[in-house]
Write a protein that binds this ligand. Structure first.
Ligand code: 0L1
Ligand code: MG
Length: 266
């Protein structure tokens, strides 16, 4: 277990890298004994630092939920992190490259809970029962690590590359929707660049939310509550963004989510 001083210093380092849009090299290379629990303690400290600066957690998120990403990272369990209020971009809005490092975008669906959901032993059935709505999302990930090269502990400590998120306008009740069979296409300037379906998320995205509830319980963190919005994980691969891109994602029965990529606000 890493000591508190190291946890705090790594958290400040990664937090400042995000604020200063500065890419960094692996912290796991410098601290090879860091455990997964240490990495979550660093993430906890980043959450504390952001709150101290006046930001609020907007939504928990799950990451590394596809077989491809888990295999690439050689892990059996996905990871979680947090989206903050300042990361939310309105549907149809803009993101600015000079505020980010090397962003990529992926399509997801988010679950809105109508009931509290406390682990351990939460099942996908209980998640479905507790879900009031689903909403389509484009998540913009922006690893602070050079070339998106990181270990499992690196990426957990880096708040799972969270940077921006665009929610769709349409909240839909899950009744009658097969939540594992929602297809999505993601187009850049009208040309489809990626597509997928929600089954890419651990077979069924409700499994992802159940895992999150159980991981939070294992770490003795605050359980999921009614009203929480939770990103369940990428349906599509993540694609690099460049200035001039107009990204539009269409989701079966959930509508469209779009944003434009600009070099800067000016
Ligand atoms: O949301 C995600 O699945 C991203 C998790 C972190 C891994 C990455 O940055 O690709
Ligand atoms: Mg994601």
């Amino acid at each position: 277990m890493a000591n508190v001083a190291d946890i705090q210093s790594i958290a400040r380092f990664l937090h400042n890298a995000e604020k200063e849009r500065r890419e960094v090299t692996s912290i796991a290379a410098e601290y090879p004994d860091l455990t997964v629990e240490d990495a979550y303690r660093i993430q906890d400290e980043i959450v504390r630092l952001k709150r101290a600066e006046g930001h609020q957690v907007y939504a928990p998120k799950m990451g590394l939920t596809s077989q491809a990403k888990m295999k690439q990272m050689n892990v059996k369990e996905p990871i979680y992190g947090y989206i903050f209020d300042y990361m939310v971009v309105p549907n149809g809005g803009e993101i600015y490259l000079d505020e980010l490092i090397h962003p990529k975008v992926e399509a997801e669906i988010a679950f809105v809970l109508g009931k509290d959901l406390a682990g351990p032993d939460v099942t996908a059935e209980q998640v479905l029962e507790a879900t009031s709505h689903i909403v389509p999302v484009l998540e913009i990930i922006d690893s602070r690590y050079k070339d998106f090269k990181f270990t499992l502990t690196d990426v957990i400590a880096d708040n799972t590359s969270s940077s921006r998120v665009v929610f769709g306008n349409r909240l839909r009740k899950p009744d009658g929707v097969e939540l594992d069979l929602i297809g999505a296409t993601m187009a850049f300037n009208g040309e489809i660049k990626a597509l997928g379906a929600t089954a890419a998320v651990l077979g069924h995205p409700a499994n992802s939310i159940a895992m999150l509830a159980n991981m939070l319980a294992r770490r003795k963190q605050q359980p999921l509550k009614a009203g929480d919005v939770i990103l369940s994980g990428g349906i599509t691969e993540a694609i690099m963004l460049t200035a001039g891109d107009y990204v539009s994602a269409r989701f079966d029965s959930l509508g469209e989510v779009t944003f434009a990529v600009k070099a800067s606000r000016g």
